[in-house]
Design a protein around this ligand. Structure first.
Ligand SMILES: [Zn+2]
Ligand SMILES: [Zn+2]
Length: 103
């Protein structure tokens, strides 16, 4: 049995500008900088601490790339997730709370 226990991470929010892959709108929004939609630009997830790599072996079926008229599934790709969504931020907050309560 291969892959049964592994969660397959797919790109659900594809950035047409930089071609990066995200698990959802929240993560996508984090890599967009700037106030106005037209002026917004992409930030490298490596420079954005609120983004974490969900997997480096993800799939993307919404890149818009085609081969012989057939939509291509890109694989493997790095799919980014909001670190809040995977609990990193929550854990940090919890640690801070715990620390505070002992004072
Ligand atoms: Zn982008
Ligand atoms: Zn994608």
């Amino acid at each position: 049995m291969v892959g049964e226990s592994m969660r397959r991470v797919t790109c659900r929010c594809h950035c047409a500008v930089c071609g990066r892959h995200f698990t959802g709108l929240e993560a996508f929004d984090l890599h967009r900088a700037g106030e106005y939609r037209e002026r917004r630009s992409c930030v490298s997830p490596f420079d954005e601490l609120r983004l974490a790599s969900a997997t480096e072996a993800g799939y993307c079926a919404i890149s818009g790339e085609h081969a012989d008229g057939k939509p291509l599934t890109l694989d493997p790709v790095t799919v980014w997730v909001s670190s809040r969504q995977i609990g990193l931020e929550q854990r940090a907050r919890f640690a801070a709370l715990t620390l505070g309560s002992t004072l």
